[in-house]
Structures are given as C-alpha cells and as structure tokens.
Design a protein around this ligand. Structure first.
Ligand SMILES: C[S@@+](CC[C@H](N)C(=O)[O-])C[C@H]1O[C@@H](n2cnc3c(N)ncnc32)[C@H](O)[C@@H]1O
Length: 271
C-alpha cells in the first residue's frame, strides 16, 4: 500500500474497502432511507462507520445518530476519523442481537452488510423493530448471490479449496442472498410492511496487485482454519489463490484498478 500504510485489519478495511465498496453502497442505502432533519438514526453493525457518517449531516445537529458494532477495533477506527457535520455520532460497542437502547428510541434503523454475520438474524431484526418508534423504518442491505459476483466466487472457491472447507464456510458476506428468506426474516421479526428492492453498483479497487490478498485476508479472517495458519502457510495460500483466480480477475482489471459490478437487496421495513 502507499504512504498511508494501514496497521491492522480495521484500518485496511477503512482505507481500502470503504472507499472502493462500502461508500458506494452507503450512498445507495442513504438515498432509500432519506433521513430527515431531527430524526434519530441507528446504524447497526456500523464497522468503521461509513453509514453513520453519511447520515449525520442529513439529521443535523437537532437529530441523533448512534452507531453500534461488536468489534472494538472497527469502533476505534470510527472514533479516530474526522467527525462529519450535523449530529454528533454516539459510537457504541454492543451486539446486534441485544441492542443496548430503549424501546422506540429511533426513527430509522440502518444496517449495511451486517445482518449476514449475525447468528440469530430474526432476533437481531426483532431488536431493530423494538428500538424503532411506531411508524419508524428499518433499511438493511445485503449482497445478492455469490454466483452474481464472479471475482468473489473465484476467490471464495479457491480459498475454501485450499483450506479443505466447503464454500459455505467462507462465503458469509453472501449468506443472506435469498429474497424470500429475507422477507421471512423480517416478517417473523414482526414487521408488517416489507419491501425488497434489488440494487447494483460498480466497485473499483485501486492498486490492483493488492486486491486479491486483501480480499482474501478480510473475508477469511473470521474462518478459524485460516486464522490459525502460521505466516509462511498463510503467504503460500495467498500466492496459490492469486495464481488460481488470476484468469477471472484479469477480465476486470486494468493498470489502475479492479472494477466490477455488485448486486444487493435493500430491505425497507416499516414498524
Ligand atoms: C462487512 S462489515 C460492515 C460494516 C459497515 N456496516 C460498513 O458498511 O462498512 C460487518 C460488520 O458487522 C459487525 N458485526 C458482525 N456481527 C455483529 C453482531 N452480532 N453485532 C454487532 N456487530 C456485528 C462486524 O464487527 C463488522 O464490523
């Protein structure tokens, strides 16, 4: 990486993946959510806070923004970034399955690429509904099927193969990609009106030589078989994956960047 070398996975996430991928999705999510002046917004599984930072200017200084994540390293990066204009963001460590907020505390609950990772999804969505005021809205965004994302499909198949795991063990970001399942989760959690909207964007990863190793490290970090690899074995795996996925990545790569379309569903649910 260049002069602003990230030091840990949360910093790599913020420096590399947020501008390339999570900012474009946040822009789309916020367009649907359209937070208004004085509204109270909660960003669940906020990571380094891109959604919360995008929402703060819209609700203004009379509004409120809370942002919750279970990973203190992500929150540390979030807190260290320059504050946006508008509402002061209340960064909070906690679990989406047990939100540390009273009933009816928010007008808008947002969750960007987070619900896939939560073991009890219905429980987490029930919590979103509990903290929404009557008539409030929840908007969550999750990726569509892995098969719609050939670069990530090649990456995840390769990683799984080298770890002797099924692809399902490494594809959590794509694990909630079925629109019917999404509707069932939100209905079971008590939301009456649930709309599921397909969306797409183009993501652009600069410094293309870094794309494969950073994507593998970030997506496989939570996979125990990967996490426990010693440095030489990890380096060997990264190189093997790089060679294996090169024919697919080449289709989307030029000297400047790896660029490809991505597809997601936005769930808009009214309490
Ligand atoms: C792919 S990141 C998305 C972060 C952020 N929403 C964004 O768009 O950049 C997924 C985040 O979900 C968080 N997460 C996973 N399970 C969680 C849970 N049960 N409660 C709270 N946060 C959770 C992780 O710590 C991680 O920061």
């Amino acid at each position: 990486m260049n002069q602003s070398q990230p030091k840990n996975p949360a910093e790599t996430y913020e420096h590399y993946f947020v501008p390339a991928m999570f900012l474009p999705w946040a822009t789309i999510l916020l367009r649907h959510a359209a937070p208004q002046s004085r509204e109270r917004v909660l960003d669940v599984a906020c990571g380094t806070g891109i959604v919360a930072r995008q929402a703060a200017p819209s609700v203004g200084t009379d509004g409120q923004v809370a942002a919750l994540d279970m990973n203190p390293a992500m929150l540390a990066v979030a807190r260290a970034l320059p504050a946006p204009s508008g509402a002061t963001i209340n960064w909070q460590e906690g679990n989406a399955m047990a939100l540390p907020f009273p009933d009816g505390a928010f007008d808008v609950v947002l969750c960007q690429h987070g619900l896939q990772f939560v073991p009890d999804r219905i429980g987490a969505v029930r919590e979103m509904r509990r903290v929404l005021a009557s008539g409030g809205r929840a908007l969550i965004i999750v990726l569509q099927a892995l098969t719609r994302h050939p670069v990530f499909e090649a990456l995840m198949e390769s990683v799984a193969g080298h770890l002797s795991l099924p692809v399902s063990a490494v594809m959590t970001p794509f694990a909630l990609s079925d629109a019917d399942e999404l509707r069932t989760v939100f209905t079971a959690a008590g939301f009456k009106k649930v709309d599921i909207l397909p969306e797409s964007t183009t993501v652009r990863f600069p410094e293309p030589e870094h794309f494969v190793p950073l994507a593998v490290i970030s997506s496989a970090a939570a996979v125990p078989a990967f996490a426990k690899l010693q440095a030489p074995a990890r380096a060997a795996l990264l190189e093997a994956v790089r060679v294996e996925v090169e024919p697919v990545v080449r289709r989307y790569r030029d000297a400047e960047a790896v660029t490809f379309p991505m597809f997601a569903y936005i769930v808009v649910a009214t309490a």
